[in-house]
Design a protein around this ligand. Structure first.
Ligand SMILES: NC(=O)c1ccc[n+]([C@@H]2O[C@H](COP(=O)([O-])OP(=O)(O)OC[C@H]3O[C@@H](n4cnc5c(N)ncnc54)[C@H](O)[C@@H]3O)[C@@H](O)[C@H]2O)c1
Length: 381
């Protein structure tokens, strides 16, 4: 099995998730390649020391990401840093000739995203993908196969969302994700929006226009010293789009909901598709169940299909067991590493990790949503 040597830039929450997925690569069966993390970069030392303590393959630890990019041992990088650094670091990685899996939103705003896209377009020899793991839940993969087979018939309506209660507590301290300067004007859309857009975009359900309602509910939060400071970012966003099904040309309502203040939800990603021949619903709250209604005339019956542990990339886990968040992250990495190794991906529309083009479309939607919310108008995408 080929080894692909990785650098990690940004050793926080998500950097460690990748390290964990890579450390248990033996979980996956029949992979063409495996990732090995050989270098890490984080401005502060402490997050790097977690890597040097836990990941024996790390040979370079630096506070300057350019030193990591200059390391010829590093073939590919995972970049998981605050949004205001995306453009600078993603473009630098590409210019240094590294393959990139970059975190969403893939640029703090549309302008930054388009600079990254242009940089990737100048280097078609490099694989550049955007992180988004929810399509790798087995139930969502099954939805993907149904989309591929056009099993839904004429699409009537699609509702997709990602709901957190992370900010329900008004005394939770402010951090970079709650500041426009570091998180971006999109607020919650920049944080959670790409996750919600990925499946509809891959399905070819493309927003033509958007009417957005954005809410900033908690406008002040304590800083590290306990003093209350402005919390400027949008907490919740509800986007209603008129979408076109690229395959048939038909139009239908597509709602995209992202919330940081959703009482009772911890990290709930959901999708609901209603079609003339079939409907499906899935939520990570009940991650091993796919709701399916197949209509052939006569009775309409929702079935609950227990999907169990049946991921796209087979693993050592028996299919009667259950699947979760960290498994989805590892499956996304399996897709990226497979593509990087030049091996064929499984023949399903949700196999490939999110592309820069899909990230760009999400930026076009969120930029239009900001205008829509401000002017209370419907804006073309
Ligand atoms: N896919 C997902 O489910 C998911 C979940 C959370 C966050 N994210 C995304 O991941 C990215 C990072 O978020 P996070 O939650 O891991 O944040 P985090 O704050 O936990 O980690 C970010 C790290 O980047 C470091 N950093 C800052 N400036 C740096 C620089 N110049 N060079 C190197 N490192 C630097 C910080 O010190 C910090 O350790 C964001 O784009 C975010 O939207 C994705």
């Amino acid at each position: 099995m080929r080894t692909i040597r990785f650098g990690v830039i940004g050793c926080g929450l998500m950097g460690r998730e990748f390290a964990s997925a890579a450390a248990r690569w033996c979980h996956l069966s029949d992979m063409p390649a495996r990732p090995e993390i050989v270098a890490v970069s984080n401005r502060g030392e402490e997050p790097r020391s977690w890597f040097t303590r836990n990941i024996p393959s790390v040979r370079q630890s630096t506070g300057d990401y350019r030193e990591l990019l200059a390391n010829p041992q590093v073939e590919a990088v995972y970049i998981a840093v605050p949004h205001h650094l995306h453009q600078e670091i993603y473009c630098a990685a590409i210019e240094f000739g590294k393959h990139v899996l970059g975190e969403k939103p893939f640029g703090i705003d549309r302008a930054a995203n388009e600079v990254i896209l242009a940089s990737a377009a100048r280097h078609p020899e490099l694989l550049v993908r955007c992180s988004s793991q929810f399509p790798y839940f087995p139930a969502v993969q099954r939805i993907g196969r149904m989309i591929q087979d056009r099993a839904f018939g004429t699409i009537l309506e699609v509702n997709a969302g990602f709901l957190h209660s992370s900010d329900l507590n008004p005394d939770k301290p402010v951090n970079w994700k709650r500041r426009v300067e570091t998180n971006g004007a999109y607020g919650v859309m920049g944080d959670l929006g790409m996750h919600v857009c990925h499946v509809p975009f891959r399905a070819g359900w493309l927003p033509r226009n958007v009417r957005a309602i954005l809410s900033n509910v908690v406008t002040e939060r304590p800083d590290a010293s306990g003093q209350r400071v402005p919390c400027e970012t949008w907490d919740n966003a509800t986007l209603l789009c008129e979408a076109e099904d690229r395959a048939s040309g038909s139009l239908f309502p597509l709602s995209l909901k992202t919330q940081r203040i959703a009482p009772g939800e911890s990290n709930t990603w959901f999708i609901e598709i209603k079609g003339m021949r079939a409907s499906a619903r899935f939520s990570t709250r009940n991650a091993n169940i796919l709701g399916l209604l197949e209509y052939e005339g006569g009775a309409q019956e929702w079935r609950e299909i227990c999907t169990g542990f049946t991921p796209m990339f087979p693993s050592i886990t028996g299919d009667i067991f259950e699947f979760g968040f960290t498994d989805a992250v590892q499956q996304m990495w399996a897709a990226f590493v497979t593509e990087l190794a030049g091996a064929p991906l499984p023949d399903t529309i949700l196999a490939q990790a999110a592309t820069p083009w899909e990230a760009n479309l999400s930026h076009r939607v969120f930029t239009a949503a900001l205008v829509s919310a401000e002017k209370r108008t419907t804006e073309n995408v």
